[in-house]
Design a protein around this ligand. Sequence first.
Ligand code: PLP
Length: 398
Amino acid sequence: MTVLNKRIQTIKGSATLLLKEKAEKLQVEGQKIFNLGPGEPDIDTPEHIKEAAIKAMRDGKTKYLSVAGLPAFRDAIATKLRTENNLNVQSDNVIVTNGGKQALFESFDVLLEPGDEVIIPAPYWVSYPEMTKLASGVPVIIPSNPENKYRLTPDILKKYISKRSRILVLNSPSNPSGASYSRKEMEALAEVVLEHKLFVVSDEVYEKIVYDGYEPTSFGSLSKEIEAQTITINALSKTYSMTGWRVGYACGPKDVISAMVRHQGQTTSNACSIAQYAGLAAVTGDHTFLVKLLENYKRRRDISVEAVSRMKGCTLVEKPEGAFFLFIRIDALKGKKWSGGDLSGSSDIAAMLLDQSGVALLPGVEFGDDGAIRITYALGDNELKSALEAMVEAFGAI
Ligand code: PLP
């Protein structure tokens, strides 16, 4: 048998991707499955973005690009970050990557010495701890805080800082909880960040998927000092329904970005040229499609929140103002039984729901909180309603 190194042996497969494969397999076998698992928009990429890709192919834009990205695209991203996010950046503060994922991993890999700690507040997006380990760092998980609607507070953060702390990960709006920080809440955290010279990796991939007038703040925009200690991560995946195109970016201090360019130059080279031309059209083009998109997500969020109020034993800490997930608390159901056995945690609840209602979703334990389950409401109204009613029924039968 091949002997793999110790580092890779500690890395889990992505729970989201594994669930996607499992649900697809059950569907192929003929079972009716409601897939509330994936973290991706259900709608297609807008037409003008696809057209730009087709034109790029026809024009022969099919060759290597500079590693850091198509110059016009980097410029457009820098302009967006200056005007929309109040960041003081030029194009050499920006690197275009293969999705937000590569931007995150490169950030960890260029900043961490072996054994450095990355502080990750739960519930967290599944990949942060695994990426930290891949980059020879140590994930330090701050337990989930439903009492404070999943927001990290300065007092709690201070308790998890050690001599080895190097990075704090912030993700607002959050996957999985939808929790969205106010500027004031961020400013309070910024004081601790400055005092302890932490780097902040601010994952803002859901910045445009927001409701009820919530206005996102880029952590790096809080002050000049904070900007010098922040890497802003974003991607086209969620805003433009471009998950499969693999276009993301990072923005930060020039020395960090240039290290990421060296890293990427020796690993994947540039992100796909055609996808970058499409990305340029996305960032500089018409954004009116977002109005309808947000109207749809908001309606589906409200449908889901109402349905959860009818699910026996289930609660929400708030109606989230961002992203397209609900993180449903199931603490009250622990210790109950169903015909398949005990419900001792979120994995049992997820297994029960798949068996009893054909609903595929992710257990909270994958996000560092075993007292919850995560659903996405990014799917068509009718399918969503049927899935939610199936859940209401399954919970009612416990
Ligand atoms: N960050 C968060 C919070 C996410 O939910 C995701 C995708 O699900 C990503 C980053 C990665 O995005 P991408 O698909 O662009 O790599």
